[in-house]
Design a protein around this ligand. Sequence first.
Ligand code: F0G
Length: 456
Amino acid sequence: MAFPEPYRVKMVESISRPRRDVRERILEEAGFNVFLIPAKDVFVDLLTDSGTGAMSDRQWSALLQGDESYAQAKSWFRFRDVLQRITGMDHVLPTHQGRAAENILFSEFSREGRVIPSNNHFDTTRANVEYYGGEALDLVIPEGRDPRADHPFKGNIDLGRLEDLLRTRGREDVPLCMCTVTNNSGGGQLVSLDNIRKTSALCREYGVPFFLDACRFAENAYFIKRREEGYADKEIVQIVYEMFACADGATMSAKKDGLGNIGGFLAVRDGDLAGRLRNHLILQEGFPTYGGLAGRDLEALARGFEEVLEESYLAARIGQVYRFGEALKARSVPILEPTGGHAVYIDARAILPHIPPEAFPAHSFTVALYREGAVRGVEIGSLMFGKRAEDGSFVPSALELVRLAVPRRVYTDNHLEYVAEVAGAITAAPDRCGGFRIVEEPPFLRHFTAKLAPAE
Ligand code: F0G
């Protein structure tokens, strides 16, 4: 049965596709880094689902009701109330986006000698943990690291490994445990409520606070409803509440399931902790009732958090991503399965085995998508996660993936069919793709700004 979008289009934005020779020139000018390509030169932009969604007419009209008072604005109370209702957490700290919430959290919890486990840390989360000296440890179940493994909950945390860590290192060294829902860096895969509950119980046993990275909490809840036994008849809002009930706190980029173009928050139950975090908030973001946001943003997000919980919206959203995956498979493009919530991940290692990890196969596929079709995706492989070991050897990423993230309520199935055609053509002629080398790189999050050149 089809789940058509529970909305219709009211306004459109023109997009166009530059000629092939122009695309070649643009790639060179951008140092073969798709983050540096002007958006006007991208035809279908699947770089991210973050902040790229279309707001509803309700959200646009809410902008006009933004209260821009510095302190205790009306918009703040609407934002806070909706999040208190959804998360069940008393203390909500607004931030300008997710990584600001992470920075504030880890300035309190991360230090040299400490380990912060998660299923998979997102790259900004990892960078924030490491910035304060800690180690960001990924403990996703083994099936979550195998693109072909068929498992309904590939984002789950490996409870055995978590218990070993907690037992051997204790709460002094493991001050906090995170869980990313859905598991973005692991393929947007869901985490079951059973796993969230057991992780939470384990953390409680060892006195370690358990936090959700809740960017895509509603998409995760929809998957729980569809796949996990015992939840088929529950409302999404109930499942969401049960997820948050397991956690002592949460960070979130509201640019995803907040259906906003900017925003984030940090929520906690503990009042003392909230007080300490609020001091960081004031220093880094702004007064506690607006954080890094304008009143109008708080208004739009308050509506977004309500709309994202509508099951008909989630069914259409997850259905579109699923159909996109099927369209790629129909053209023999290997993808990570099952398809996740917000994106389809192409397995570039399987397509380009002739390119070694140190020449960035997934990056090569990403460049080809732009060259062949003016399509923008993002590499999640050795350019993002590869490292040099102390002996100078190259430590590749576990997977070489190209993520095609689908913005919310923006593209039609037709756009995604086009992308599948482009990806299919590249897959059919892999020899046309070559490796790359880095010519310039920053010390942190290098994939955002590094410049590359074709390897000889
Ligand atoms: N956590 C997860 C799981 C994310 O996916 C992101 C952002 C963040 C934290 C950081 O949030 O961007 O608001 O600071 N993900 C985007 C992406 C950028 O493309 O996946 P932010």
